[in-house]
Design a protein around this ligand. Structure first.
Ligand code: SF4
Length: 361
């Protein structure tokens, strides 16, 4: 089983963010969240392959609360020495003490840096000063986590290809083994939606090329449209979920999938605390197959016959193959199709969304 825990607290709202979090929770409200979470976790009985603690800002808790939180969560979940335990951390919330707490409990730290340039962070609404960022990154590097991810955002308006390349000069001083690079896309509901359009077209494509070149020089290669890792350091949680693995989600807005139904918790801390049950959607096999197909087309390894076998009662593999072969003709140079595998070439990955729309319509 893969477990996801949503910590719905942030100090402020970043301009592009549509994840559920509250910025004004009192200490008492946070305690009520923890108590309810600890209670619900008692129902988790299946062996944890992966645990992903995201948010929100899980590292917003003070060091003592963070210790209690991690201790209770990881005692409640049936973890083993092999369980991947990831947590998201915002650099400005980290202290040496918190870093050492995290090092004791987690195997994978994911840091939301977004940019090494203060003016870009400010534009995005990320409240992390230079000193705080440097102190956090030095502390993490010293702590030597088994796995360390850094999130970066590109296609920020007004930024050049050369400035984007410099992000990697700064990044190369951090011993990360995983990097997630997301194109700036403020969605509806985000503060910057309609106010900050990403630079698109050729410049965004050039930035993606820079990303591949710079990370490849660091031994970090693309395994999904937005994700890069040293071979063997891919995020096991995400890969498992993409491949249709079972997921249980805890906390407001968290969702899970039990093989037939998707359960989504209320995206309201008040409602979740009041006991509003999760919304349950029965996912038809064809719809599930399309979901898995679409998300795995984003990966370098693509979609395989083995993955298709995981969705019972879906249409035959041969039907999928026929559609893929037709799409390969419509998008020359974008597909690599063999009898048991459909994947996109590097050029195809750049047009993933257009291709997926065509293929799954
Ligand atoms: S991006 Fe992360 S830190 Fe920023 S508001 Fe969203 S959840 Fe909070």
């Amino acid at each position: 089983m893969n477990y996801y825990i949503h910590v719905p607290f942030c100090t402020s709202k970043c301009g592009y963010c549509v994840f559920y979090s509250v910025t004004d929770a009192s200490a008492e409200l946070r305690e009520r969240y923890l108590e309810k979470l600890f209670f619900q976790l008692k129902t988790a009985t299946e062996k944890a392959e992966t645990v992903y603690i995201g948010g929100g800002t899980p590292t917003l808790f003070d060091a003592e609360t963070l210790t209690r939180f991690l201790d209770k969560v990881l005692t409640a979940l049936p973890c083993s020495a092999d369980t991947e335990i990831s947590i998201e951390a915002n650099p400005e919330t980290l202290t040496r003490e918190k870093i050492s707490v995290l090092r004791r409990y987690v195997t994978r730290l994911s840091t939301g840096v977004q940019s090494f340039f203060p003016e870009v962070r400010e534009l995005l609404g990320r409240r992390c000063g230079e000193t705080a960022l440097r102190r956090a990154l030095d502390g993490i590097a010293e702590a030597n986590f088994p796995h360390w991810n850094c999130d970066l955002i590109y296609a920020v308006p007004g930024r050049s290809r050369e400035q984007w390349a410099k992000e990697f000069d700064a990044l190369s001083r951090c011993p990360v083994d995983h990097v997630s690079c997301y194109s700036l896309t403020p969605e509806e509901g985000a503060r910057l939606y309609g106010r900050l359009a990403p630079c698109g077209g050729d410049l965004a494509a050039e930035m993606e090329e820079v990303t591949r070149e710079k990370l490849s020089a660091m031994g970090i290669v693309r395994y999904e449209v937005s994700n890069y890792a040293r071979p063997g350091s891919e995020c096991r949680h995400n890969v498992a979920v993409w491949r249709g693995g079972l997921l249980r989600g805890f906390g407001p807005s968290a969702s899970g999938f039990d093989g037939a139904d998707r359960m989504t918790e209320s995206a309201s801390l008040a409602d979740w605390l009041a006991g509003t049950p999760p919304v349950t959607d029965r996912i038809a096999p064809e719809a599930r197959l399309n979901e898995i197909f679409a998300v795995n087309l984003r990966t370098v390894s693509g979609w395989t016959k083995d993955l298709w076998k995981r969705v019972p009662r879906a249409d035959p593999w041969s039907v999928r193959m026929k559609k893929a072969e037709a799409a390969a003709l419509a998008f020359p140079g974008c597909f690599d199709v063999s009898p048991d595998n459909v994947k996109l070439t590097p050029k195809g990955l750049d047009f993933w969304d257009t291709i997926a729309e065509e293929l799954l319509s």
